[in-house]
Ligand binder design. Structure first.
Ligand SMILES: [Zn+2]
Length: 110
């Protein structure tokens, strides 16, 4: 323990996996097994409890910047996927998802 008082984001904050985990948790009321320790966006190892997926709760500036960048990157990927013939999501769904990701990115920037 470093006594670091900041709240960080998990490095993979914008990965589809964590979005899915959140969806599963909210849909079924289950809480997925949280790892004890995670790598953060700023490269630290902190207890999972010291991270948040709520932009307003993240106080580590490096992590906020990381999360903003990651959400914008994922938004672009989702848009590209929506334009790919035979993609598992429609262009409209992809556009909506990308918009949601950009909104989140905006909240990390604020
Ligand atoms: Zn951090």
């Amino acid at each position: 323990m470093t006594g670091d008082p900041h709240i960080h984001v998990e490095r993979g904050v914008a990965h589809a996996g964590s979005a899915l985990r959140g969806l599963v948790a909210s849909t079924f009321g289950l809480v997925a097994d949280a790892p004890v320790e995670v790598t953060t966006g700023c490269g630290a190892r902190v207890p999972y409890a010291m991270t948040s997926t709520r932009p307003e709760s993240v106080t580590c500036l490096a992590c906020r910047e990381h999360a903003r960048r990651e959400h914008l990157r994922l938004a672009r990927q989702v848009e590209l996927l929506g334009r790919t013939p035979g993609a598992p999501v429609s262009a409209a769904d992809a556009a909506r998802a990308a918009r949601g990701l950009r909104d989140l990115a905006e909240r990390y920037a604020g």
